[in-house]
Design a protein around this ligand. Sequence first.
Ligand code: FA5
Length: 332
Amino acid sequence: MIDEIRVLAGDAVARARAAGTLDDLRALEAEVVGKKGALAGFKRRMGSLDPDQRRHVGQALNAAQWEVADALGARRDELDQAGRRSRLERERLDLTEVRAGRDAGHIHLVAQVIEELEDTFVGLGFRVAEGPEVEDDWHNFSALNFGEHHPARDMQDTFFVDLGAPGEVVLRTHTSPVQVRVMECQPPPIYTVMPGRVYRNEAADATHLAVFHQLECLVVDRGITFGHMAGTIDMFTKAFFGEGFSTRLRPSYFPFTEPSAEVDVRRPDGSWLELGGCGMVHPNVLANCGIDPEEWSGFAFGFGLDRLAATRHGITDLRDFLSTDVRVLEQF
Ligand code: FA5
């Protein structure tokens, strides 16, 4: 019996070394060392042997088991490595190569959207402004009428920067602080858009990122009404998405606008996308920025640009924007 076991093991080791695929290895493993394999068959036959023979046969079976398992493992590693090498070879990208007749790259989809929106609004007579991404509490919250302990501060999960007094410096959670900066340094009339990157301490999923982009729009002038705002938003939506898209406003709450609304865009297939918030600039905010709310009124809106770009290109998961996979990026 011991000789039979040795022959079986020697044969299995030779077959393992010669195996051409992982499937062949799996089949061999089942045939020899698996629960119903040949070695298990010998184990079952051991019951009829006397104790001394049983010990010898047991040792031979153990040795055979190890020997075959080692050979299977070694060949599996070799085949794995060969598979990885050939996959890398297949997917190899020569990034130093400029391919004739093809562009070497293009602007990121969200950056394309920002450029296009800036053009649309500049065409309507708006200016473009920018503000810092690391903000103080005054611009990100207090000047925007978020009371010190106001629960609305929790609406936006904030990343705090370890600088100055605790809680004093933040990564801006929205582009609305740029409204404050614009109003602080220029008298009305104001017609300005403010694109930029914003940060929230949120887990990323198909519709949320921790770092995303917004476009803020601020108008302050005499006699500005909610109707001007609704008209501007609808006009912009048609200009950006084309006919077939429309908007609706739903009542909402933001401390810095009153009344406030949520803007949804209706896609041609009838589905809705939440695009952003809007409202009439709160009189306290105008006053905080040194503008007389008796004389001036205004509206503001803030749109999520990543969702906007995704809708436009039929992308269903915002995390694809962070992809570095050329097969994803090349499609746009
Ligand atoms: C705001 O940020 C307000 N500052 C908008 C505003 C401006 C209201 C001016 C009134 C006047 P909100 O938290 O709802 O509001 O965010 C606005 C939009 O940003 C959302 O509708 C959505 O399109 C986008 N957004 C919000 N969180 C995320 C996220 N984690 N990932 C991607 N987009 C997001």
